[in-house]
Design a protein around this ligand. Structure first.
Ligand SMILES: NC(=O)c1ccc[n+]([C@@H]2O[C@H](COP(=O)([O-])OP(=O)(O)OC[C@H]3O[C@@H](n4cnc5c(N)ncnc54)[C@H](O)[C@@H]3O)[C@@H](O)[C@H]2O)c1
Length: 348
């Protein structure tokens, strides 16, 4: 049994807590939160863009710490699950690794490549696991695509496009602050950057056009280039400064013997526009694979199951390891550089 301490009980801290209740092999033994009501178990102020609303919780038997240092020093905790704003990730992860804990940290790994590298080096020195919460490959539609590409079931991956757009999150005061959240590139696109890195390897260059809001890129379109000129991958992502498009993510993936389609958009109160995962085979068949419950928390349950496996065996996770997450930050920074300079930017 892995004993877990969650740092930060906001939207993600709550989702992780709920997911831990559904898995074997890990138990939440402690939490740390600066908000006294949340620390006491009153989670009614917590709300995100999916999952249940927060409620009053029974936290009997769970140690409560108001200070991060006390959580890191808690002898009953073997793994720190960091659900703090991104500006905290690097320092707390490194302190936790130095204190002999494994670390599972929400995305993005960090706001800078230098910090991400420090985290990866600290994990190596400590001989502990550093896992980054890139949950996208655990969502059923993306897991299907990942497996189809990795196994070659439909032949070689030829390319495709990825989309992730939200309305301006006006309620998040630090969203466009490069030192706290990092803007749409590091908050939003990082999911697709990580997925593209996972299934394609590291691009050799990126060419991005986009609009800026202050110091961060607001909305953009990227062409990823690879050694193989036949691999054609693009992504469109960002924030539109209006409230009519709360959330959409989608992909179209071209394989030698099939095309995979998926498109989901929340378009209003209780409404969505949806192309469920669809496989178009080169024989002309249209397949709709069965994908399970559709409960978004199940993606986090699958992710945590992989975290438990990696920590228990002390072996890196092919999907969640720190180097992959660091590469996603590298890509986001190169894409930002490309917008600023108006030119293609070499990655490797
Ligand atoms: N994987 C996903 O789909 C997904 C979705 C949303 C957020 N996230 C990531 O999760 C992380 C947290 O985001 P969130 O939306 O949960 O944020 P949030 O603001 O809802 O929660 C952060 C919590 O940390 C607490 N906190 C901040 N500083 C603290 C400190 N010094 N000591 C103790 N508590 C402190 C805050 O009081 C708050 O309750 C971010 O890295 C974000 O990118 C991931």
């Amino acid at each position: 049994m892995i004993n877990v301490g969650i740092a930060g009980i906001g939207f993600m801290g709550m989702i992780h807590y709920l997911a831990y209740q559904k898995i074997r092999g890990a138990k939440v033994r402690a939490i740390c939160e600066q908000d006294t009501k949340r620390l006491a178990g009153d989670w009614r102020s917590i709300q995100g863009n999916f999952g249940p609303r927060g409620r009053k919780m029974n936290l009997k038997g769970i140690a409560r710490h108001a200070e991060l240092d006390d959580l890191l020093a808690d002898p009953n905790v073997e793994m720190i699950d960091i659900c703090l704003p991104p500006s905290w990730h690097a320092d707390i992860a490194i302190a936790a690794l130095k204190a002999g804990k494994h670390v599972f940290c929400e995305k993005p790994i960090a706001l800078s490549v230098a910090d991400a590298k420090r985290m990866v080096a600290a994990a190596r020195r400590a001989g502990k696991q550093l896992l980054i919460g890139h949950v996208l490959p655990f969502f059923p539609e993306y897991h299907f695509a990942y497996k189809a590409i990795a196994t070659g079931k439909y032949g070689k991956f030829l390319g495709g496009y990825f989309k992730r757009i939200i309305s301006d999150p006006t309620w998040l005061s630090d969203y466009y602050n490069p030192a706290i959240t990092g803007g749409p590139m590091l908050d939003l696109h990082i999911h697709d950057a990580h997925f593209i890195r996972l299934v394609c390897g590291m691009p050799t260059a990126v060419q991005t056009v986009g609009s800026m809001r202050g110091e961060v890129v607001e909305r953009f379109s990227t062409q990823f280039r690879f050694d193989d000129p036949g691999l054609v991958v693009t992504a469109a992502c960002g924030v539109i400064d209006q409230q009519g498009r709360p959330f959409t993510h989608a992909y179209e993936i071209y394989l030698e013997r099939a095309t995979l389609l998926f498109d989901y958009a929340a378009i209003g109160k209780g409404l969505d526009a949806h192309t469920p995962l669809t496989v178009l085979t080169n024989g002309g068949r249209v397949l709709r694979p069965k994908l399970g419950s559709g409960d978004p928390i199940d993606g986090f349950v699958a992710e945590l199951t992989e975290v438990v496996r990696a920590v228990r065996t002390n072996t890196p996770s092919p999907l969640l390891h720190g180097e992959l997450a660091r590469d996603a930050v590298v890509l986001c920074q190169k894409q930002t550089q490309s917008v600023r300079t108006g030119r293609a930017v070499r990655v490797v």
